[in-house]
Design a protein around this ligand. Structure first.
Ligand SMILES: [Zn+2]
Length: 319
């Protein structure tokens, strides 16, 4: 009898769950103590100021999933946006001068606030503008390894409110968003963001869609880059936003992986053959497909340079 009485409230609670009107926003992130960063010093915001002529957009991808863009042509930065009745989730605001527009656009078109802002990694060109949303009550999320560079480099954006080590799950308006850290790749703080219902993935700066990786592979980890592409190729996705240009597909990622592995092997072979930089960069070969990729002419030698640095720092000769 006692046991039955004790169980009664539990039973009622279980029965009431399906009657709840809507799922509540929730996540399993770790709270960051913001007080310790209250008076941190900041660099000037290179994305601040007015930019009335900078192109910006918010386009539907599939159902409730959208993609925001800011900037023009090769300078475009992008991130996926999930709109739910409980609020929106925005990945990488990209620029302070367009963040206010994006916030207002979401409010006007969908009549919801931005509940979450997710940073893909701790680089200013993607996470600037986070403070605009945090000020309005959005929860800013990043990998725990992004906090140090944001604070240490004095990046003038929001310090994350919630962080995670390997995995984090956000539930918003009954939809699920999965955040995952694969390995250090383009920065140590890089994360992948999956929208399982839409077979969509945010893979910023590591993934490419018929485009060259940026410059000399800044903040670069070669093995983790390949590990990340291998992880992407295992996902059930057909849209991959790369944070720039246009979204990529899995065949694009397979081609990029082949390019990276080939570039690494060529540079390693040439270094082992004793070639100096001045010889080496002239002897790296590119296939005809790669020669058609976005940014090939401007990124070609810089890509070789980045790989040359990586290879030189991660080998030892006979002695
Ligand atoms: Zn980056």
């Amino acid at each position: 009898m006692m046991r039955a009485l004790v169980r009664l409230p539990m039973l009622l609670a279980v029965m009431l769950v399906p009657l709840a009107p809507t799922a509540r926003a929730a996540d399993d992130g770790i709270a960051v103590d913001q007080a310790q960063y209250a008076n941190r010093s900041l660099l000037p915001d290179f994305t601040g100021g007015d930019c009335p002529d900078m192109p910006r957009g918010l386009e539907q991808m599939k159902g409730n999933l959208y993609r925001h863009t800011s900037g023009a042509g090769l300078a475009v930065h992008s991130g996926l946006v999930l709109i739910t009745k409980e609020g929106a989730l925005v990945i990488d605001p990209a620029a302070t001068c367009t963040a206010g527009w994006l916030r207002d656009e979401i409010r006007e078109r969908f009549n919801v606030p931005v509940k979450y802002v997710v940073y893909t990694h701790g680089h200013a060109d993607h996470i600037s503008g986070g403070q605009v949303f945090q000020k309005d009550g959005a929860i800013v999320v990043a990998n725990q390894r992004a906090v140090e560079p944001i604070v240490g480099e004095k990046i003038p954006t929001a310090v994350p409110d919630r962080v995670f080590d390997q995995d984090m799950e956000i539930t918003l308006g009954g939809e699920t968003v999965l955040l995952h850290r694969v390995a250090p790749s383009h920065s140590d703080s890089m994360i992948m963001v999956l929208f399982p219902k839409y077979k969509a993935l945010q893979c910023t700066d590591v993934c490419e869609g018929k485009s060259m990786p940026y410059n000399d592979f800044l903040d670069f980890y070669y093995p983790g880059w390949i590990e990340t592409l291998d992880w992407v190729l295992l996902q059930d996705v057909d849209v991959i936003d790369i944070g720039h240009y246009s979204p990529a597909t899995k065949p694009d990622i397979a081609a990029e992986r082949a390019y990276m592995v080939d570039l690494h092997q060529q540079v390693l072979d040439l270094v082992r053959a004793g070639q100096s930089w001045d010889q080496l960069y002239r002897n790296v070969k590119f296939n005809d497909e790669t020669k058609k990729w976005i940014g090939f002419d401007t990124m070609r030698v810089l890509n070789i340079m980045g790989m040359y640095r990586w290879v030189s720092n991660h080998r030892r000769g006979e002695w």
